[in-house]
Design a protein around this ligand. Structure first.
Ligand SMILES: [Fe+2]
Length: 335
């Protein structure tokens, strides 16, 4: 019976992504993907729209680095990625083949959250508009400053780096997006983070896939995370980052904010990254670029780690202008 709910839902999403008659849609998944019904629903939805669906199932430990993957991804109109492969680097979005496919004219949509999240944050125009306005503002900025009553005081430079937004819609060539999501982010210069970032109990350590139970203090000098202070969560985070075995795990990947008021903070996942007015600081890999406007980050950090940290009640300034206070946007077009 699940198909009765899923197929119309996927059809609506693919219509938003402008899937049309004759387009080639490549569905990519792996045997350990926890929602195998998504590929079937996407396949049926493509057929209902007159598109040509193809299904590629790789191994659950693949690197997506061979010629077959490259040729097929670069030849697709739309890639629907339903996989957490390769594990450890924020999945396939940070792979070279993904960037190559986007530059070859494909668009790509990630779908790997539980069904209630897909429904809860079905893309809408409000989240798209807020994301686009935020990305334009962030792209033009040069300095990001984060402040909180709990002791966060962190500055980062992003001179020349682009900014991106996610709204759950991949509707133009060269654009990647993730259904569901609502956020604005960018990759600051890797040497630039300076100061302290405080993670409070109840904030989300997405790399550990849980809410923090204890305070964690991250101290940056010259872009490098020099100290991780705190109790059990600090130990776990340090262990996660050390496991990558590279220096980039201790540098910032991306910084930004959530744009979707429908996100549920009790749910760990894209709800955490998307919650309206919250601030996101990620560590590790950020080598993702895309030719579409306000998509991709152009980062230089090729770490094997990627950990998003999503926090409540953090203030954010761009070039000295207050943008977020108490999870509210002070710039009218971002609200
Ligand atoms: Fe991230």
């Amino acid at each position: 019976m699940l198909a009765a709910d899923l197929v119309p839902l996927f059809q609506r999403e693919l219509e938003l992504c402008r899937v049309a008659s004759g387009q080639n849609v490549l569905i990519f998944t792996d045997p350990q993907f926890p929602y195998p019904e998504y590929a079937q629903a996407a396949f049926a939805a493509c057929r209902a729209l007159g598109a040509n669906p193809y299904l590629m199932v790789g191994t659950s430990w693949g690197k997506l680095a061979d010629r077959l993957v490259h040729a097929s991804w670069c030849s697709a109109d739309l890639i629907l990625g339903m996989s957490t492969v390769p594990r450890g680097i924020g999945s396939w979005m940070y792979t070279e083949v993904h960037t190559a496919a986007l530059h070859a004219g494909a668009r790509a949509l990630m779908i790997q959250e539980p069904l209630p999240a897909l429904v809860r944050m079905m893309p809408n125009e409000e989240v798209r508009r807020r994301g686009l306005a935020g990305a334009a503002l962030l792209q033009a900025a040069r300095e990001i400053r984060l402040i909180s009553a709990d002791g966060t005081e962190l500055s980062l430079r992003k001179d020349g780096r682009k900014a991106m937004y996610q709204c759950g819609i991949a509707d133009e060539p060269g654009r990647w997006d993730h259904w569901p999501s609502g956020l604005v982010t960018c990759a600051p210069l890797e040497w630039s983070a300076e100061g302290t970032f405080v993670v409070k109990p109840g904030d989300v350590l997405l790399g550990l896939w849980r809410h923090a139970q204890t305070e964690v203090r991250l101290i940056f000098e010259g872009g490098k995370l020099r100290r991780i202070e705190g109790g059990a969560d600090a130990l776990a985070l340090r262990s996660y980052l050390e496991r990558a075995g590279d220096e980039g795990a201790f540098r910032v990947a991306h910084v930004g904010w959530g744009t979707d008021p429908r996100a549920d903070w009790s749910q760990v996942g894209m709800d955490s990254e998307s919650k309206y007015g919250t601030v996101l600081l990620a560590l590790g890999r950020n080598t993702f670029d895309a030719p579409a406007a306000y998509c991709g980050m152009g980062g230089q950090n090729a770490s094997e780690a990627h950990c998003d940290i999503c926090c409540r009640n953090v203030s954010l300034d761009l070039d000295g202008q207050p943008i977020i206070r108490a999870e509210q946007f002070l710039v009218p077009e971002l609200a």
